[in-house]
Design a protein around this ligand. Structure first.
Ligand SMILES: Nc1ncnc2c1ncn2[C@@H]1O[C@H](COP(=O)(O)OP(=O)(O)O)[C@@H](O)[C@H]1O
Ligand SMILES: [Mg+2]
Length: 157
């Protein structure tokens, strides 16, 4: 299997306890091969590296205004231009209610975004397609510089 294929990157090609450089390199490679439409969810505690990984994926996709890929205090949904169509980045950490999701037009976003990257997807449980790519990051008890990376991609295995 090609070392840069999606199935490989989500399986054997995914680093188990990456340092930041390794996680970013993996994120860039993943971004370069993501299909469309696609939803990628990113779970894990504050400061574990979700936005860092989102940014790397966006680099791989070809988002040019990469400095815009952050988690600003007040916007829950951001959209970035990329050569093959827009990338939507949602950070649902500050979401207060399902009503707020409705106000954001969330269902429409989920249905129409070619690429949707979602931090804190548990805040929007049951609104995301089952065949999303689920990324879970955790702190590594053995190393402050590393993160534990797990991926669930039911339709791809
Ligand atoms: N192995 C690693 N992977 C990702 N981030 C790391 C790693 N080691 C240290 N970091 C640092 O942890 C922080 C993660 O922040 P961020 O990506 O904003 O987290 P989150 O979006 O999950 O709250 C960054 O300051 C990053 O430099
Ligand atoms: Mg974040």
């Amino acid at each position: 299997m090609a070392a840069d294929s999606l199935v490989y990157l989500l399986g054997r090609g995914a680093p188990r306890a990456p340092d930041r450089d390794t996680l970013e390199a993996w994120g860039r490679a993943l971004g370069a091969v993501l299909p469309r439409p696609v939803v990628v969810t990113l779970e894990g505690d504050l400061g574990v590296g979700k936005t860092t990984l989102v940014r790397a994926i966006c680099v791989g996709i070809g988002v040019s205004a990469i400095e815009a890929v952050t988690s600003p205090t007040f916007s829950i949904i951001q959209q970035y231009d990329a050569p093959r169509g827009p990338v939507v980045h949602a950070d649902l950490y500050r979401l207060r209610s399902d009503a707020e999701l409705a106000l954001l037009g969330w269902d429409e976003v989920v249905d129409s975004a070619p690429v949707l990257l979602v931090e804190w997807p548990d805040r929007a449980e049951n609104t995301l397609p089952r065949d999303s790519i689920h990324v879970v990051l955790a702190h590594d008890p053995e190393s402050a510089d590393r993160r534990l990376l797990r991926i669930h991609a039911p339709t791809l295995r």
